[in-house]
Design a protein around this ligand. Sequence first.
Ligand code: ATR
Length: 277
Amino acid sequence: MKDLYGVLGDPIAHSISPEMHNDAFRDNKMNAHYHAFQVSSERLADAVKGMNALGVRGFNVTIPHKTAIMPYLDRIDPLAKVIGAVNTVKLEDGLFVGYNTDGRGFVNGLKESLSAPLSSLNCLIIGAGGAARAIYYTLVEQGIGSITVCNRTVEKAEKLTEDHPDAEERRVIRLDEAEKGLQQYDLVINTTSIGMKPDTEAMPIALDKLKASAFVSDIIYNPLETTFLKTARQKGAAIQNGLPMFIHQGAQAFEIWTGIKPDTSRMKRIVLEKLGG
Ligand code: ATR
């Protein structure tokens, strides 16, 4: 009998996760299957109960359920708790335990391309949603030099930094302040959905003051190069799209479920084929 895994989301039809994980199961000769489940917010509690009753070994959680699912789980890992969102659930002794692999996935992906140590970098995060929280906490945990958050709603950015237990120095600015002071930052990360299909011309902030030696990252991978990244590249900056984060968050989830580190270059090939890139 196959072990069952999956992802819960709404919408979920275009998810690339099933191809990526099913290929990793095949590659590791595991008798397992990963399925995309379309679950509305109203049915989320029932879905979690049903997954448990059916003995589903593990699953991912995506938009819009990453925070809403937390009360329905039996235990939450401390990092996921502080982030306030769960993207990975594992069945442990009959109980569902929630984890968050987005932040670690982002940082593992970043380290593939970054030559400087994190401790030498002044970082600017744009946005203060769930993805920003995961990335912020992981970068702080990994010893980033300094970190500033800018967001349209400044209060949300303040809440993000205040929620961090170890944050001594909380730097929060408006979007226009970020634009004016952009030359201070070595690492600039867009965590908002601005620039995602179909509104691909939009940019979260203007990049006029970006320094040419900066590294600019966008968590969006559809399109593979957002206008934000294209503009940064034209200014001489090194760029990275959201694919490494997507792949590494998936690889971390796979490892939580199975104890096996999957082949991330193979995962990347599968995802690129699916995206037609
Ligand atoms: P996620 O959990 O995927 O990170 P989210 O919690 O909805 O998504 O967060 C979206 C982020 O994108 C927020 O920082 C949001 O800014 P606000 O906190 O001010 O809402 C930002 N965002 C989304 N659309 C935006 C827009 N048109 N202009 C500026 N910021 C935007």
